[in-house]
Structures are given as structure tokens and as C-alpha cells.
Design a protein around this ligand. Structure first.
Ligand code: BDR
Ligand code: CA
Length: 325
């Protein structure tokens, strides 16, 4: 099976790994990459995206600039997680690839209309571009097979105690997407936080000469400094790349179809994804007559970590010859 995919990214250490995985995976046909402000500003996201396509020796894929800020309220970036340049300071050369002259929304729309079959949108960033697409071209929804989004959590947050960064950054956009009626896969922190590379793998990758392997080593080895107490640590998650793994190898994950909503009210819980995990939910009608059921998403709640790492590294590096080849 081949998946026709539009990637929406805010590249980003883990978006970079996701892009390399997607363009190298034999069952994924990346039709376009659209960029949005998120981990870092849009200009840097665009530069990073083009450079990482060079590293992966990817064919020409149209890359377009999208939203420079969230729909309603400005939000801060995540450069403390990704480094000022968004790629952990690994110093990739600037790319000679050219950007599409189209806006991200127009590029997505064009590709959706041009495709023989509905496409899958894999959104690894704040959902601003996807929400704008659905508002500008509501009919485009029929051309979308599924939206797989990295975002949210059924448990802990990261941007705040309860909100995950992509949803927290643009909650209104996330609400538009979740309410869209399009089939949804939510790849949230419940699984995102679990797929981490081993230290010896990272060390071997960092010593490699092959560009993809060496770049992976640099990205996974990035040291973060906690903005609170100044602690330095590594957090070697494959991150967004796991959401792409979930598209091509859903058998590595446990999904549950669950009602999901986004908290939009100001306050501590803004941007939280509320995932209804009750065995039965009809009681809401008792307490709130007129209550309407929440939209459903296939929420990833468990993951085969070794299997996912094998899929990820097996696609990107020569594991037999180790990453040092
Ligand atoms: C998400 O936020 C970003 O920092 C990552 O790229 C990922 O998409 C994790 O919360
Ligand atoms: Ca991202």
C-alpha cells in the first residue's frame, strides 16, 4: 500500500527526523510539505525543511510557507527544546532548493484536488495551516482520507502541566480540525514520550559518515537546558517521526476510538485535549440536557517501543553495517 501524504511541519529536531523518514519510506509518497510557525519562526522552519530534504537526498517536493502566527492569540516558540535554529545547532548547509510560490493553504488545496485518491495529512505542528485550509476550502475535506496529527495527550502535558505544545500553541486551530468530521488519528504525548533512542545508538550515529545517520546522531544528541532550574539533559525521542510510523505500521500501536475536545477557555487548562476514557459517557445527558457528543479520534495510547525504533532506524540507516557506514 502507498500513502499519498501532505506533511505539515514546524521543523524542529523531531520534524526533521519525521521528514527524513517519510521521504525515505517506500510506502509513503510525499506530495507536499507545508510549513508553519511553531518550534521556531516560519523563516527558520522553511530553511530547516529545505536543508533536511538535502540531507535525505529527497526528490523535488514542493515546500510552501504557511501561517506566521496562531489564529487568535500569539504564543511563544519551543526553541528551548530545539535550539535557536530549531535543529540543535548541528549546522546544516543552506539549501539551494526553491520554495513553492504558493501559500501553504493553496499548495495543500492544489495537491488534494490533483490526487487520484484522497490524501492523508500528517500534521506535526500547530494546526494553523490545516484549520485555514478547512475554513477557506471546506469542500477539500472530502479529498482528505485522514488527518494524523501529533498533538495533545490523554495524560500529562509539556507546554503546560496539561497541554501539549502543538495544541497549546493554537488551540482554536486544533478545535477546528477536531470538529471537522474528517477521520482523525491523535498521536499524543502518551506515546510520543516513550519512543526514545538508546545512548549507544546515538553515539554510533554521531560518528557515522553517511549524511542521514550523522544528522540523526546530532539531532538525537542535542542537550537541552531546563528553563526552570538550568539542568542540562538529553531527551532523545524520535518524536514526530513516531506519528509517521503510526501511519505505515499501525500494528505497532494500540488505538482507542475516543471522544476528544480542546479546552479553549483562558486559564491553566487552555490547550488541554480532554480525552473521554470513561467506559460509558451517557451520564453527561443527565447533568447537561442538550449536551452533544464530542468528536471521535483514534487515540494512540500504547506503543511497541522496540518495534517502532526498528522501523524508524531500519528505514533510515544501514543497521547491519551500523550507523557508522
Ligand atoms: C511537539 O511540539 C514540538 O516541540 C515537537 O516538534 C512536536 O511536534 C511535541 O509537543
Ligand atoms: Ca513538530
Amino acid at each position: 500500500m502507498t500513502y499519498g501524504v501532505i506533511l505539515d511541519v514546524d521543523t524542529g529536531i523531531d520534524d526533521a527526523m519525521a521528514i527524513m523518514f517519510a521521504v525515505r519510506h517506500p510506502e509513503i509518497d510525499v506530495r507536499a510539505i507545508t510549513c508553519v510557525t511553531g518550534n521556531v519562526g516560519l523563516k527558520q522552519v522553511l530553511a530547516n525543511t529545505l536543508s533536511i530534504l538535502d540531507v535525505a537526498d529527497a526528490p523535488q517536493i514542493p515546500v510552501a510557507a504557511g501561517a506566521q502566527r496562531p489564529l487568535v492569540a500569539a504564543a511563544r516558540d519551543a526553541s528551548w527544546v530545539h535550539g535557536k535554529d530549531g535543529l540543535g545547532g548541528i549546522g546544516l548547509p543552506a539549501s539551494a532548493r526553491e520554495l513553492s510560490p504558493l501559500h501553504a493553504v493553496e499548495l495543500m488545496h492544489r495537491e488534494l484536488l490533483a490526487a487520484d485518491e484522497p490524501l492523508t495529512i500528517v500534521a506535526l505542528a500547530p494546526l494553523t495551516n490545516v484549520a485555514l485550509l478547512l475554513r477557506m476550502y471546506p469542500d477539500a475535506a472530502q479529498r482528505i482520507a485522514r488527518i494524523v496529527f501529533m498533538g495533545g495527550s490523554a495524560s500529562v502535558g509539556n507546554a503546560t502541566a496539561v497541554a501539549e505544545f502543538n495544541i497549546w500553541h493554537d488551540p482554536e486551530a486544533a478545535a477546528i480540525v477536531i470538529d471537522s468530521g474528517i477521520p482523525l488519528t491523535m498521536y499524543g504525548l502518551d506515546v510520543f514520550n516513550r519512543v526514545a533512542a538508546e545512548a549507544d545508538t546515538i553515539a554510533r550515529l554521531a560518528d557515522a559518515t553517511a549524511p542521514v545517520a550523522r544528522t540523526l546522531g546530532g539531532l538525537l544528541g542535542f542537550e537541552l537546558t531546563d528553563p526552570g532550574d538550568g539542568t542540562v539533559f538529553t531527551h532523545p525521542l524520535i518524536g514526530d517521526a513516531g506519528a509517521v510510523c503510526a501511519l505505515v505500521a499501525p500494528e505497532l500501536f494500540t488505538f482507542e476510538s475516543r471522544p476528544v475536545q480542546v479546552e479553549l477557555a483562558p486559564g491553566f487548562s487552555r490547550g488541554q485535549t480532554m480525552v473521554d476514557r470513561r467506559a460509558y459517557g451517557g451520564e453527561d445527558l443527565v447533568h447537561e440536557p442538550g449536551w452533544t457528543p464530542w468528536p471521535l479520534a483514534d487515540v494512540a495510547l500504547d506503543v511497541d517501543v522496540p518495534g517502532t525504533l526498528e522501523l524508524f532506524f531500519g528505514t533510515l540507516v544501514d543497521t547491519a553495517g551500523a550507523a557508522a557506514s
